[in-house]
Design a protein. Structure first.
Length: 290
């Protein structure tokens, strides 16, 4: 059975990913697989109230009890929920779980804390994005989340990498009845090199050319019924503003992330958006299967 993987750490913040995972699971007809990884750091064991001398079986029992309580979250009602505990390096164990079974997507909160271990933070989310080959929905904790996929904006820069997010976003939109927005941000000042020698480039003409090329590109890749727009300026600011003004619930982006995010779609913007967005960001590695 296809499943959506949700890593937890016994914190309420980490559990804020559950409603988003549940919404996807219902639309995509998936199970929800809850996983908690127990690190071998004895200091963490003591903070969690468990004697480091306890047997692995006793520790596993405590973790299962926690997962059983998490599985009773109201958002998961009616869904098939499976549980798993692991011991070891958190990011490595989660990446391994993601390769097992028919895992379609990972949904996690980017900044969880407390409970059994403070681990669902930027470092683990970043490492998963770099290492796994399936989409990762990074949820930002917040009190006013809709937990619904009504509109998804896919950021594109004309590359095959950025377009990897298109089929994933479209599948989700079709499954949950959401609308897809396509966005291309044009930033001529950053893309045109001028050494200061010779005449300065005509930025008005260059902007016009970039704009026409961006519009032609979006017209070509857009499906019927999809809304598309071209904006100008710094990509990070433009993407966040567009998502806010158009009430897009999720921002979808493609990324290289090959053993470290050295180059991302839209330059380094994917990484910046993941950290700065006030709404979930769906990150699709270009390693993801079509």
């Amino acid at each position: 059975m296809a499943r959506i993987l949700v890593p937890l750490d016994e914190s309420e913040l980490a559990e804020q990913a559950l409603p988003w995972a549940a919404e996807l699971a219902r639309g995509l007809a998936c199970d929800v697989h809850l996983v908690v990884v127990w690190t071998l750091d004895e200091r963490i064991w003591m903070r969690a109230g468990i004697d480091p001398g306890d047997s692995p079986a006793r520790i596993s029992e405590a973790l299962v009890e926690y997962l059983q309580r998490a599985a009773e979250h109201p958002s998961l009602a009616g869904l098939n929920v499976t549980l798993e505990t692991r011991m070891g390096n958190v990011a490595e164990q989660l990446a391994q779980v993601a390769t097992e079974g028919d895992t379609r997507l990972i949904a996690l909160t980017s900044h969880g804390e407390g409970g059994l271990k403070r681990w669902i933070q930027g470092s683990v989310a970043d490492e998963l994005v770099r290492s796994v080959s399936i989409p990762v929905l990074v949820v930002r904790p917040g009190e006013e989340a809709s937990y619904r996929f009504r509109r998804l904006v896919v950021t594109l820069d004309g590359s095959d990498t950025s377009e990897k997010a298109l089929p994933v976003a479209r599948d989700i939109a079709n499954a949950v009845g959401a609308r897809v927005h396509l966005l291309r941000v044009v930033n001529p000042i950053a893309e045109v090199a001028w050494t200061g020698i010779g005449p300065a480039p005509d930025m008005g003409e260059i902007t016009r050319q970039f704009s026409e090329a961006a519009q032609a590109y979006l017209e070509r890749v857009a499906n019927p019924g999809e809304k598309w727009d071209v904006l100008y300026g710094r990509p990070l600011d433009a993407i966040l503003a567009y998502a806010r003004e158009n009430q897009c619930d999720v921002i979808a982006m493609g990324t290289h992330g090959r053993g470290g995010i050295t180059r991302l779609a839209l330059g380094s913007t994917t990484d910046a958006v993941m950290r700065a967005a006030d709404r979930p960001v769906l990150i699709v590695p270009d390693r993801a299967a079509d």
